[in-house]
Design a protein around this ligand. Sequence first.
Ligand code: KG4
Ligand code: ZN
Length: 340
Amino acid sequence: MNILGIETSCDDTAAAVICDGKIIKSNVVASQKEMHKKYGGIIPEVSSREHFLNFLPVIEEAVTQAGITYRDLDGIAVTNGPGLAGALLVGVNSAKGLAMAWDKPLIGINHLEGHIYSAWLENDELGKAYGFPMICLIASGGHTDLVVMKDHLEYETIGRTVDDAAGEAFDKAARILGLGFPGGPEIQKMSENASGLVPKLPRPTVKNSLSFSFSGLKSALARRAESEGFYSNGIPSNPTDIQVREYSAEFQEAVVDCLVKNTLAAVEEFNAVAIVLGGGVAANSRLRIRMNSDSTVPVIIPAPRLCTDNGAMIGAAAYYRFRDGYSQEWDMDAIPNLKL
Ligand code: KG4
Ligand code: ZN
C-alpha cells in the first residue's frame, strides 16, 4: 500500500511516499527555517504563504523520487492538527484538491500520532517484538506529551507540559545565550565541549504528576545570565564563549533530566515494555544517550531526520488507520488544537 503523507502543521512543507507503513520510498522536506531565522521564531502568516508556494513542487518531487506516478498511490494522508491554523489549512485544502483530482481516499492524521509512528518507519517489527503498552514521549516545539500506547492507534495522555514545550524552552534559552533559531540544535552543538563549570540550574517538577514545567527553568537561566552581566532588558550582551558553552550544557542537562525522569516513572507506573521517542527534541544527542543508558526497557528512537517534522511519519500512521478501515469525509477540517 503506497500512501502519500503530507505535513504542513508548522514551518516545514513535507511530503513522502510510504509503502506499508514502513518503507520510505521518498521523503521531501522544504524547510522554512532560514526564512524564520531572521525573526528569531515562526511567523504564522509567513509560514502559510510559504506552504502555499512550496506545496505542489514538494508533492511532485516526493512522487517522482519514489519512482511512481500518482496512479500508483493507494491513499493520501495529511496532518489536520494540532498546529498553526493557517498552515494546517493550506495542507488540508490542497490535499483535498489532490484527492479529488486523483480520485484517492483521503485521511486526516494527528501530528502527534505521526511523531509516534516515526518509530515504525524502517522498523515494522517494533510492535510485534516488544508488544504493548509502550510509553511515548513526544517532545517538540509545540508539545511535550507523555502517552501510554496500549495498542496500535490506542493512546492515553498521562502527562504534558503545563507551560512551555521542551523545544520552545530550548529556543528561548538559545535566545538568552545569543544563539540562532531553532535553538535546540544550536544548544546541543555548543554543549559539546563543556566542563560543568557553572552551578546547577533547577529541575522543575509538577507535584504528584507526570507533567512537565519548563518556563521556570528558562527564567532561572535568564536570572543567572543577568547576574553574570551577559543578558539585560531581554537582550543578550556579549556572553563569552565559555559562558555560552557551559550554560548551554547545563540547560540541556536540566531539560534532559526532566524528560528522562518522568518517562522512566511512567514506564514503572504502567508496566511498559518499551519507550518510543518522537518530535524534534528527540533528535537531541544527549537525550538519546541518557534515555538509553538510564532505561531498563528498550528505547526506540527514530533517526534524527525522522524526529523533526516530515511527511513520512504521516504516511506511516495513515497505513495503520487505512488498514483498520478508517476513512474521511470531505468535510474533514483543520483543527489547530486537535487532541490525541
Ligand atoms: O517536531 P518539530 O520539528 O516541530 C514541531 O512540531 O514543533 O520540533 C521542533 C523543535 C524546535 O523547538 C527545535 O529547537 C527542537 O525541536 N529541536 C531540538 C533539536 N533539534 C530540533 N531540540 C534539542 N536538540 C536538538 N538536536
Ligand atoms: Zn512536530
